[in-house]
Design a protein around this ligand. Structure first.
Ligand SMILES: Cc1ncc(C[n+]2csc(CCOP(=O)(O)OP(=O)(O)O)c2C)c(N)n1
Ligand SMILES: [Mg+2]
Length: 685
């Protein structure tokens, strides 16, 4: 009985902390934490193997709050379990991740209880959520990661990786397409380490789900091939625990638990209404709600005696024991399998193994050249052999993206072969990018691939990689009008500008095969930034690097590729990707006419912008204002480099369906046109 009382007290503490925090902030979402407190209590205190003392222990179970608006659930439980804070260097900081003071300052600047769960800002958050559907989709990447890690590292008697992933979601997540994509793949891959719990409360912001969402969600998940369970009362923690137990015993299928709940549970006037979703309850309703819980009506941010101790005795004790057992096991593993243990440690710290860049190709000068995607394919195959935990795949475009790992033993990742290094995402670009995030959050080095135009289908998850500071890699091919006849639906125009606008995302568009190699060399060394590669479909001449500057300049974002005599140009060409060769040809033409020009290859704006002022001025001397930028993409933003008196040869419309040569002529991507633009800015027409 006393135990029951404490359980109730613990659950009501989660509820009332959530209510008080939202009320104090005058903003936030109280209703769902009130309804799901028993669920979160059960997962955390009874089931999860998670040690609050070490929230980054590699074999911990993962908890994802996909309905991120219910963040107060997470702040409450991280606080009550006294989960510790860890910094970006993976050091334990010796203080709690979320203090009661943080909760009092919910949604205020610098509080560790922000509006939505933010990985990297709050220890114990496994992934950033808020854009609905992302959390569950990301959890599929975590499930794939666990399978891959177990396959590579577990040995008889050494279950180094056997963790599970719990993801909580709501009607919004269920409506979002990205969740459907991910659910379909999760079942195909038989991810029995994955459990989604669906908060079936029939309420979203506009009211009852009757207005827009009347499908049979259970039938849908059955059809995907999930193990579908139902708990009819969100307050019945025994049934919840039982369902979670069935999940852990179910093999070869992910589990989907439908949980019938009442949003705003216990609020006499707001329960089961949309008003409970995203508004403070109001002082009077707060009092009445607390009365219904048997809580002191005027107490605020109250953690009753015994509640911290109750969590310490539950998840605290269970988690500490599990971690200590694992640590002992890992020490024995280290003695027996030192090389594998070293890999695990390097991976956890996002380090690269020694020799990671050996055998990277060097491409000889060749006027015919090689396509960016082909050079990329060669590099990927070398890197995947040098770095065991580097792998990925495409959204059904492997043969076009040239991302297939073809070396002996690379293999396909499938339910029956979880050690394969070729992932097949199917035609699901959005969830592909979210899954790559999940793999990266699990410390694997992962890439996804598709046509550049379909980066738009992946963009929300790419944005989250940047927000989370994850070193993910997206390989986008067919970066401009190279696929000519496919026409404007397949020709990217605004994609480069739009990706360049994402803070912290490294965007690279290499000019030839050796720039592709250097781009990968740069990207692989990133630990906290995602990168996007835009690669050509068509062959690009491989520049003669004895005549022109070495491709290692890529690491500075932009570099002087060809210069005027004495480094004293009258006019500067700036170009990226397939247009660099146009600038080089224009430069040679002008030289023959006695006009002094410089060619700057600029594969990456963001890398260049992070160089010293001195370096940037040496590449683009401020006194040389005659400048021409050439890029087969939206002209948007190039003014920053060419200034008000420069010229931009780019796209102001969509493309068209025609052979590439004709398109290049039509849109002005020809050396003569580029040279003429230079004369124009010099006033020498
Ligand atoms: C992609 C996306 N679209 C819209 C929103 C805005 N939004 C936040 S919560 C919400 C309603 C969610 O309903 P549900 O998942 O059922 O949550 P509940 O109110 O039941 O907790 C919406 C539309 C969002 N966060 N993400
Ligand atoms: Mg709902």
């Amino acid at each position: 009985m006393a135990e029951d009382k404490t359980v109730e007290l613990a659950i009501n503490t989660i509820r009332t902390l959530s209510i008080d925090a939202v009320q104090q902030a005058k903003s936030g979402h109280p209703g769902t934490p009130m309804a799901l407190a028993p669920l979160v209590y059960t997962i955390w205190n009874r089931v999860m193997r998670f040690d609050p003392q070490d929230p980054i222990w590699p074999n911990r179970d993962r908890f994802v709050l996909s309905n991120g608006h219910a963040s107060m659930l997470l702040w409450s439980v991280l606080h009550l379990t006294r989960t510790q804070a860890v910094d970006a260097d993976y050091e334990n900081l010796g203080h709690p991740s979320v203090s009661l003071d943080d909760i009092r300052h919910f949604r205020q600047l610098n509080s560790k209880a922000p509006g939505h769960p933010e990985y990297h800002w709050v220890s114990g958050v496994e992934t950033t959520t808020g854009p609905l559907g992302q959390g569950v989709a990301t959890s599929v990447g975590m499930g794939i990661a666990q399978k891959w890690l177990a396959n590579r590292y577990n040995r008889p008697g050494f279950e180094i990786f056997n963790y599970n992933i719990y993801a909580v979601c709501g009607d919004g997540c269920m409506m979002e397409g990205v969740a459907s994509e991910a659910a379909s793949l999760a079942a195909h891959l038989g991810l029995d380490n994955l459990c989604w719990i669906y908060d079936n409360n029939h309420i979203t912001i506009e009211g009852s789900t009757r207005i827009a969402f009347t499908e049979d969600v259970e039938a849908r998940f059955l059809a995907y091939g999930w193990n579908v369970l139902r708990v009819g009362d969100a307050n019945d923690i025994e049934r919840i625990e039982h369902a979670l137990d069935i999940f852990r015993k179910t093999k070869e299928r992910p589990t989907f638990i439908v949980l019938d709940s009442h949003i705003g549970y216990g609020a006499p006037h707001k329960q089961d209404t949309a008003a409970a979703h995203g508004e403070p309850l109001g002082d009077e309703e707060v009092r009445l709600t607390k009365r219904s819980y048997g809580w002191p009506e005027d107490a605020k941010f109250l953690v009753p005696d015994g509640v911290y101790e109750h969590f310490a005795a539950g998840i605290g004790a269970r988690g500490a024991k599990a971690r200590q057992e694992w640590t002992t096991l890992f020490a024995a593993y280290q003695a027996k399998y030192p090389e594998l243990a070293t890999e695990i440690e390097q991976m956890q710290r996002r380090e690269l193994p020694s020799g990671w860049d050996r055998n990277l190709p060097v491409f000889p000068a060749d006027p015919k050249g090689i396509a960016g995607r082909d050079a990329s394919g060669k590099v990927l195959n070398v890197l995947a052999q040098n770095i065991p935990w580097f792998f990925g795949g495409s959204g059904d475009l492997g043969p076009s993206n040239k991302t297939t790992l073809t070396y002996e033993g690379a293999g396909d990742f499938e339910a029956g072969s979880p050690g394969g290094k070729n992932l097949h995402f199917g035609i699901r670009e959005h969830s592909m990018a979210a899954i790559v995030n999940g793999l990266s959050l699990s410390k694997l080095r992962a890439f996804g691939a598709t046509f550049f135009i379909f980066s738009d289908y992946a963009r929300p998850a790419i944005r989250l990689s940047a927000l989370m500071e994850l070193p993910t890699i997206l390989v986008f091919t067919h970066d401009a009008m190279g696929d000519g006849e496919d026409g404007p639906t397949h020709q990217p125009v605004e994609q480069l500008a739009s990706l360049r606008a994402i803070p912290g995302l490294v965007t690279l568009r290499p000019a030839d095969a050796n720039e592709v190699v250097e781009a990968y060399r740069y990207i692989l060394q990133l630990r906290h930034e995602p990168a996007v590669l835009a690669l050509s479909r068509q062959p690009l001449p491989t520049l003669n690097r004895t005549k022109y500057a070495p491709a290692s300049g890529v690491a500075r974002g932009a570099y002087v590729l060809a210069d005027a005599p004495g480094g004293n140009p009258e006019v500067i060409f700036i170009a990226s990707g397939s247009e660099v060769i146009l600038a080089v040809e224009a430069h040679e033409q002008l030289a023959a006419e006695g006009i002094r020009s410089r060619v700057v290859s600029m594969p990456s704006w963001d890398i260049f912008d992070h160089q010293t002022q001195e370096y940037r001025d040496s590449v683009l001397p401020p006194k040389v204002t005659a400048r021409v930028a050439v890029e087969q993409a939206s002209t948007f933003g190039w003014e920053r480099y060419v200034g008000t008196s420069g010229r931009i040869i780019g796209m102001k419309t969509f493309g068209a369906s025609a052979p590439l040569k004709e398109l290049q002529r039509h849109f002005g991507f020809e050396p003569d046109h580029v040279a003429a633009a230079a004369k124009e800015v010099l006033g020498r027409k």
